[in-house]
Design a protein around this ligand. Structure first.
Ligand code: NAP
Length: 297
């Protein structure tokens, strides 16, 4: 990969990047891969290393590693499970960001944190901008909104709102659909929820753009375009040339514990104008994911 970023900090030493959740998280692994390819000094920290939810322990690790940039890819992402485990969801999605604020308050370290389209109620009919009113309808969405509000108390922080992630290294909607397409002739998939499918590889690239420029505030960070879950499943099944039929069904026909937004497409206008970088359409990113991570398995 060509060198795109200055990997040296103001003191002429390699920029140190710490990825929270870098060993096991779907996005975390993509961030580690991208950062290593660009030549940053990468390290990761997760629950396999320490109790990252403990303020003193996390503080000690961050102080020792002394990073220039932290990407916080740790999150409680079980959207339905969160309805029954709100305390745990809040601990990971709200208290951990609050702890990062306590640790980084007087530091020059730049922090990039991730949030979700589920902070919106889904009643819009045009793509959500960063300024649209939030109104989460699920425990997960509320806990993520609390996390973004916490992290934005730092002067040196950005929140990237992302959505519908697929990527190497961890089970996701697309990999699940492809597994099922090998097992069943018909897949019944919801067609009346519309969002922004996004590749973790592309989100990692966008994260380094934000982190290396020390940009602050909220940015939508998704691939361009829109799709229903049924569109995304159909495209993946068709690209993999699988015989399964993808049948559109309504949300009412597929009841789930957590309420999901009916429409949560995120506008990439602010990201594109701020960084002069237009995220590519999701079908292109999907093709690359299928080629690099699924077809080679
Ligand atoms: N996935 C999506 O479709 C989606 C959509 C919108 C926004 N987002 C946001 O994007 C970010 C990245 O999501 P992702 O899909 O990459 O998440 P993920 O694959 O579920 O990874 C989550 C990471 O957090 C760690 N973690 C969870 N609970 C923990 C705990 N109690 N203590 C320590 N570590 C814990 C996990 O560790 P273990 O592997 O050990 O569990 C894993 O490393 C998150 O902020 C998420 O909210 C994701």
């Amino acid at each position: 990969m060509p060198l795109k970023y200055n990997v040296f900090n103001a003191d002429g030493v390699k920029t140190k990047v710490l990825v929270l959740g870098g060993k096991t998280g779907m996005l975390g692994q993509a961030l580690m891969k991208t950062g290593n390819e660009y030549g940053f000094e990468m390290s990761s920290l997760g629950r396999e290393d320490a109790d990252v939810l403990d303020l003193q322990i996390l503080d000690a690790h961050i102080t020792r590693l002394n990073p220039d940039i932290i990407f916080n890819a740790i999150a409680y992402t079980g959207v339905d499970k969160a309805e029954e485990e709100s305390a745990q969801a809040n601990l990971v999605n709200k208290v951990l960001p609050e702890n990062l604020v306590s640790i980084l308050r007087y530091s020059a370290c730049h922090c990039v944190h991730y949030s979700t389209d589920f902070v919106f109620n889904g009643k819009n009919s045009a793509a959500y901008t960063e300024n649209d009113e939030t109104d989460p309808r699920s425990v997960y969405g509320s806990s993520k909104l609390a996390g973004e509000r916490a992290i934005l108390k730092l002067d040196n922080a950005a929140v990237l709102r992302t959505a519908w992630l697929f990527g190497c290294g961890r089970k996701n909607f697309v990999s699940t659909i492809l597994k099922l397409a090998h097992e069943k002739p018909v897949l019944r998939i919801v067609h009346d929820q519309i969002g922004s499918p996004t590749s973790t590889a592309d989100l990692a690239e966008m994260s380094f753009i934000v982190g290396s420029r020390k940009a602050t505030g909220i940015f939508n960070a998704v691939n361009s375009g829109a799709a229903s879950w049924c569109d995304l499943a159909s495209e993946a099944v068709s690209l993999m040339n699988l015989p399964a039929f993808v049948e559109p069904i309504t949300t009412a026909e597929w009841p789930q514990k957590a309420i999901r937004p009916k429409y949560s497409v995120l506008s990439v206008k602010h990201f594109t104008e701020t960084f002069d970088y237009a995220p590519r359409p999701w079908p292109q990113a999907l093709r690359e994911y299928l080629f690099e991570c699924i077809a080679r398995d």
